[in-house]
Design a protein around this ligand. Structure first.
Ligand code: NAP
Length: 327
């Protein structure tokens, strides 16, 4: 099999997780890492035996020694690495949210449309069995027309790093917003909500939003970084999709799935894991390997398209802008 030369830009918590996963894939060689902090790039390069180091996203993006750029910087910095990489003909896997602004997101999608490189935004929930199972049941008509989607997503208190992950809608509820748009094929028509500032007056750490989609589906999105650190997992996520003929309930972690209609109730634990320790089973590993397969097989990723990533961001920003601040 052809060896793929991969570079990783953005060496925070998730960037290092990319290094861990990619370093275990036999047909991958991590040839370059990039952090604006030289000491961090050097630390990761030594830990994972990576020969190339950059401290500038644009220089990284154009480096001769990478075929694939994984951009795991914060959303506001994605464009600075993604656009030059696509212009240089590289394949690009960028973390969600695709960007911090619709202008940046659209600029990336436009460049991607003209580039020979493959481009995908890493919306991890699209690779998680419970959410995929829900999509299949919805498409098969098993819950009928969707009436309501109730979603929550709570994170450990300490994982809100001041100045970094700063927006509960764009950073975390965007997972559920993307899923709601994917399940319904609709778009946001009206939004109300509250954004709360508990840990800091500069950065909100929780939100509750109620949204009407154009097809009449009513959604609630709750997300926060307020879950106490003693909670056993860093994430508590759930979604209830209520149709006029049945409903689906998803919880994770551990993954749980329940389907109910007038005739039966089925509950099971779909195979999934958010635990980095079980790398081969994690959704992140599946997502990365899917992208690498698309590169190897010369096909555009279909599981999440650039247009869908822009649509999810546009919706998240719109809802966020409609939220009232509570301080
Ligand atoms: N799919 C998911 O469930 C999921 C989960 C978490 C994060 N993400 C996404 O992944 C991206 C990165 O998030 P993250 O969790 O990695 O953010 P993070 O840990 O807060 O890191 C963000 C940036 O801060 C700098 N940084 C962090 N730790 C550093 C250190 N020890 N030394 C020097 N610089 C450091 C890095 O800048 P440099 O770029 O200069 O290296 C890094 O890119 C975001 O787009 C986020 O939304 C996705």
């Amino acid at each position: 099999m052809k060896e793929l030369r991969v570079g990783i830009a953005g060496l925070g918590e998730f960037g290092e997780l990319y290094c861990t996963i990619l370093s275990q894939i036999p047909y991958v060689k991590i040839t370059r890492v990039c952090s604006r902090t030289l000491s961090r790039a050097e630390e990761i390069a030594v830990r994972y035996n990576i020969p190339g180091i950059s401290t500038d996203y644009a220089a990284f993006a154009q480096a001769e020694d990478i075929d694939i750029a994984c951009v795991v910087t914060l959303g506001k910095d994605h464009r600075a690495a993604v656009v030059p990489a696509l212009e240089a003909g590289k394949h690009v896997l960028v973390e969600k949210p695709i960007a911090d602004s619709v202008a940046d997101a659209q600029a990336m999608a436009d460049v991607a449309a003209k580039s020979p490189g493959k481009f995908m935004t890493a919306h991890i929930c699209r690779f998680m069995p419970p959410y995929l199972q829900a999509k299949q049941q919805i498409e098969a008509g098993q819950i009928g027309r969707i009436s309501t989607i109730q979603a929550h997503r709570n994170n450990h208190y300490s994982t809100l790093a001041p100045g970094r992950k700063k927006n509960p809608l764009r950073e975390t509820a965007i997972h559920d917003i993307d899923l709601a748009l994917w399940y319904t094929g609709s778009q946001v028509a009206e939004a109300h909500g509250y954004r709360k500032y508990n840990q800091s007056q500069a950065e909100a750490d929780s939100c509750t939003a109620i949204v009407r989609l154009a097809d009449g589906t009513i959604c609630t999105f709750n997300s926060s970084w307020q879950m106490r650190d003693a909670a056993p997992a860093g994430l508590d996520a759930g979604m209830r999709i209520i149709g006029i003929e049945g409903e689906i309930e998803i919880k994770m972690p551990p993954a749980g799935y329940r389907f109910i209609d007038d005739h039966s109730q089925v509950a099971f634990n779909p195979e999934t894991s958010l635990t980095p320790v079980i790398l081969k089973q994690s959704a992140l590993a599946r997502e990365i390997e899917y992208f690498l397969e698309c590169v190897l097989e010369d096909r555009m990723p279909q599981i999440i398209t650039p247009e869908e990533a822009v649509k999810a961001l546009r919706a998240a920003i719109h809802i966020d802008e409609k939220c009232v601040e509570v301080r």
